[in-house]
Design a protein around this ligand. Structure first.
Ligand code: CA
Length: 240
């Protein structure tokens, strides 16, 4: 493991690439820049970076294809990917997240926002919430919302909340990785079972029901417009 954090910036607009490089370097990242999606994949294989800043519109391979190939290869699967996308390309963002991108920033963006997103992504992965642990664990959010995955029970301030199986599965999925955006299709894929048929629209209905039932914690489930939902990042989550 290298001690220096490394970032690969994949962006064909030189001004943006330089801006991102400047700010990442100031935060101690060692940066490489390329304007080509193909070259990015080569570079990532030669020296796996910690972080990839990935523009979606590139002259050769587009960013979504780069993201897909990064996640397909065992060597580069763990690289954190923050996508840069043009405003209004929500379907691209949805696709990117489904392909495994960790977050996105829409252009034009302020460097402050970009760096905040990057910090969030880095912090999230350094929090020791391991899937295998969380899978059977009790998740406490701010101490008073408890999701007991073994008993399939949720309680708020000590009072049990009657959630349906689908609602429970959705809440548990979102709460497992606070701060990560989940698209409606990802929620469907996780929650879908032989007895549950979910459409994009029914997801919204279930979310409304969950929010109502968990009362003051309802706000923790954030709507990410045009994309999906996310469990608030600010909550303390302990896996036991
Ligand atoms: Ca571009």
């Amino acid at each position: 493991m290298t001690s220096k954090k490394t970032a690969l910036i994949v962006e064909d607009e030189q001004e943006i690439a330089e801006l991102v490089r400047f700010h990442l370097q100031r935060e101690g990242f060692e940066c490489a820049v390329t304007r080509s999606g193909r070259r990015a994949l080569e570079l990532a294989r030669q020296a796996t970076p910690h972080l990839m800043i990935l523009d979606l519109m590139l002259p050769d391979l587009d960013g979504l294809e780069v993201c897909k190939r990064m996640k397909e290869s065992e060597q580069t699967r763990g690289v954190l990917i923050v996508m840069l996308s043009a405003r209004g390309s929500e379907s691209d963002i949805v696709t990117g997240i489904e392909l495994g991108a960790d977050d996105y920033v829409t252009k034009p963006f302020s460097p402050r926002v970009l760096m905040a997103r990057i910090h969030n992504v880095l912090r999230r992965v350094s929090t020791p919430i391991r899937d295998e642990l969380a899978e059977s664990a009790i998740v406490r959010c701010g101490g008073n919302l408890i999701i007991d995955k073994e008993r399939h029970q949720v309680s708020v301030n000590g009072k049990q909340v009657p959630l349906t199986t689908t609602e429970f599965a959705m809440l548990a999925m979102l709460a497992r990785k606070p701060g990560f955006v989940r698209t409606r299709d990802q929620i469907i894929a996780t929650v879908h079972g032989p007895k549950t048929v979910l459409s994009q629209r029914t997801i919204d209905v279930h979310i409304t029901a969950i929010r109502r039932k968990i009362g003051e914690f309802g706000e923790a489930i954030e709507t990410v417009r045009g994309i999906g939902y996310r469990f608030a990042d600010g909550e303390t989550v302990d896996a036991e």
